[in-house]
Design a protein around this ligand. Structure first.
Ligand SMILES: [Ca+2]
Length: 282
């Protein structure tokens, strides 16, 4: 019999559709929390909420999960459920802190969107709006007619803070940064990976830090995995960090850094002196 790739593809999609139906109907999503660390003070600032599908399922990873939901036109439903479950789990964690939530800006204009859904949920859970940071990603399509700006104003007016996610992966990161003036920017992991060996990446990160300082915007480095990457980022003056070196996503994340992580993240006395004098160490 002749191999028919499209038939195989159709069967795959049908299985994913069925898995998605079950996940949404039974709320089988598992929030995880990854630490975000203040690299100047050597302490935990908060967590980014991430999601996982059921273990062993076709839709275990966020990429597969959201890919299937977009194909089936159920992205809004999935995102709402992710947000609801993440906030409910966050409220039960022994640590109260800042929570970074991923939001697709373009969904705000979809007919099914209910304004105030998140605020009402926070009120029910007793979480302060001010402790939530909304991450808007360039990876999701941004509308040219100012939808993102409308999304930002929508959330700001309710008391949320804003972060631009994955800075450097899209085409309009600097434009968005200048227009939206977020409280945080998160530099994409591409620029962090082995930047200790790459002067071009260091030059970009140094410049982003400089812009952040000038605008009063807090800069976060994503994807820190190596001690040498962390060391160089601190020398460049990066304020916040996230990555496997500082903590993996977990259903119940650690409430504090390990002593070794504190030692690694807290700048040395010599470096603090250099910084106080306005001298650069990298
Ligand atoms: Ca994110």
């Amino acid at each position: 019999m002749q191999y028919r790739p499209s038939r195989h593809f159709d069967a795959q999609q049908a299985l994913q559709r069925q898995a998605l139906n079950e996940i949404l109907a039974e709320q089988r999503l598992y929030p995880h929390f990854q630490p975000i660390v203040d690299l100047k003070q050597g302490r935990m600032l908060g967590y980014e909420a991430l999601i996982r599908g059921p273990k062993g399922s076709l839709l275990h990873t966020p990429a597969a999960l959201f890919g299937a939901a977009i194909r089936e036109g159920r992205q809004l439903e999935l995102e709402r459920l992710c947000r609801q479950l993440s906030l409910q789990h966050f409220a039960r964690l022994p640590v109260g802190n800042t929570l970074f939530l991923n939001v697709t800006a373009s969904l705000l204009s979809s007919p099914g969107h209910e304004h105030g859904f998140t605020v009402e949920l926070l009120r029910q859970l007793g979480i302060a709006v001010e402790s939530i940071v909304i991450e808007l990603s360039e990876q999701h399509p941004f509308d040219q007619q100012g939808l993102t700006r409308a999304a930002v104003e929508h959330y700001r007016s309710m008391g949320f803070r804003i972060a631009i996610d994955d800075l450097g992966t899209g085409y309009s990161g600097l434009k968005l940064w200048s227009e939206l003036q977020p409280e945080f920017v998160k530099i994409d992991r591409h620029f962090i990976h082995r930047l200790d060996q790459d002067p071009v990446k260091r030059a970009f990160v140094r410049s982003i830090c400089q812009v952040g300082r000038n605008l009063g915007c807090r800069v976060l480095a994503e994807g820190i995995e190596q001690p040498d990457e962390l060391r160089v980022l601190q020398q460049l003056g990066i304020e916040l960090g996230q990555g496997f070196l500082l903590g993996r996503p977990a259903a119940v994340p650690s409430a504090a850094l390990t002593p070794a992580q504190v030692r690694a993240t807290r700048p040395s006395r010599a470096r603090r002196m250099f910084q106080a004098l306005g001298l650069r160490t990298a």
